[in-house]
Design a protein around this ligand. Sequence first.
Ligand SMILES: [Zn+2]
Ligand SMILES: [Zn+2]
Length: 91
Amino acid sequence: MLFFSAASFSSFSGGPNICPRCNKTVYFAEKVSSLGKNWHRPCLRCERCSKTLAPGSHAEHDGQPYCHKPCYAVLFGPKGNTVPGRGNVSS
Ligand SMILES: [Zn+2]
Ligand SMILES: [Zn+2]
């Protein structure tokens, strides 16, 4: 039970509610939780196209939120249109 001190518990539940996008305090009324962090609702946006994202239904890379399509697929999906394995043969 070494790690269940009151201090660590309170910091877990209270948390420093700093928005990872703008580094400002996130208040309860405007908070959305995604990727294990608290964001301002308008700050949870795709890194690439700035589309507002719904918490829990977006992609993530390196701690940054992305929309599934097209951005995540374009940036981190399978490269180009070649299918691994067979689709590489151009006759
Ligand atoms: Zn923010
Ligand atoms: Zn996007």
